[in-house]
Design a protein around this ligand. Structure first.
Ligand code: FPP
Length: 265
């Protein structure tokens, strides 16, 4: 679903225990994207440049996750999708993979209260079958606990790949066709989109990538068709509300044409 950004929403139910600087966020007066997606890159370099193990960078990255969730919640972003672990990241050294899985579990336990208080819903997208039964159950438990919340959808991509997601959607449609539930000639973009993990959601308006790399890295390949990109040199553990506002300012100055001419939009 392609969407236009909406105008700034009145700020509602502002969280009382904000750890980000509200004055910085108030400095942004442009259009607020409905859906922001982030490729959180640079944790390893952040740690290595300080002589620390890479995992310390991931832990520092979890603090940036909290800041970004708060900033989105405060400004009225509806969906925040974070790329936390790709299908390809399973090939990383065993101890790093294990450390990341432990960190996800820790985040789930540590942020439970705060997410609920701030009216945030959680959804994890990706191939859950590859996760440990314990992590799967912690995720399902937190998703259930936060299911009634409505201000912000925090969507975390874990064991996720964009190509894998598209292949999965094609398989689901083929199975439905074999069962006689769908006529293949009826399959259009809207039906296909509905079979993706993100079915029913607006596509990302803005994608932020940290650490300066100019790649999509198998993230939301279908959904990013008309998204605006903002790449910052800042490493993810250093990313804060100032960098977020910088990304929004860049977004607010873009003209989104969706294939039309400048005169038409
Ligand atoms: C990419 O940086 C980052 C990751 C593969 C992991 C992202 C995970 C977090 C930010 C941890 C917290 C997340 C949640 C949802 C609680 P990299 O390791 O590839 O960095 P490099 O390119 O500098 O090596």
């Amino acid at each position: 679903m392609t969407t236009q950004p909406h105008t700034p929403a009145p700020k509602r139910n502002i969280p009382a225990d904000l750890t980000v600087d509200a004055d910085v966020l108030d400095g942004y007066t442009g259009a607020v994207p409905r859906h922001v997606a982030v490729i959180m890159d640079g944790n390893g370099r952040w740690a290595t440049s300080r002589g620390m193990p890479r995992l310390r960078g991931h832990h520092a990255g979890a603090d940036s996750v909290r800041r970004t969730v708060e900033a989105c919640r405060y400004l009225g972003v509806e969906v925040l999708t974070l790329y936390a672990f790709s299908s390809q990241n399973w090939a990383r050294p065993e101890d790093e993979v294990a450390g990341l899985m432990t960190l996800f579990d820790l985040y789930i336990r540590r942020e439970r209260k705060r997410l609920n208080k701030n009216d945030v819903r959680l959804r994890v997208i990706g191939d859950r079958e590859k996760l440990s039964p314990k992590l799967r159950s912690s995720i399902a438990d937190l998703e259930g606990h936060l299911a009634h919340n409505s201000e912000l959808l925090l969507q975390v991509a874990v064991s996720y790949g964009g190509r894998e997601e598209i292949v999965r959607a094609a398989r689901l449609l083929a199975e439905a066709a074999i069962r006689g539930e769908i006529d293949p000639s009826e399959i259009d973009e809207s039906i296909f989109s509905s079979m993706l993990y993100t079915g029913g959601q607006p596509d990302p308006d803005l994608v932020i990538r940290t650490s300066g790399e100019l790649r999509v890295s198998n993230f939301l390949l279908w959904q990013l068709a008309y998204s605006e990109f903002h790449v910052t040199e800042t490493l993810w553990p250093d990313f804060d509300e100032r960098h977020f506002v910088e990304a929004l300012n860049a977004f607010g100055n873009r003209e989104r044409r969706f294939g039309k001419t400048g005169a038409q939009v």
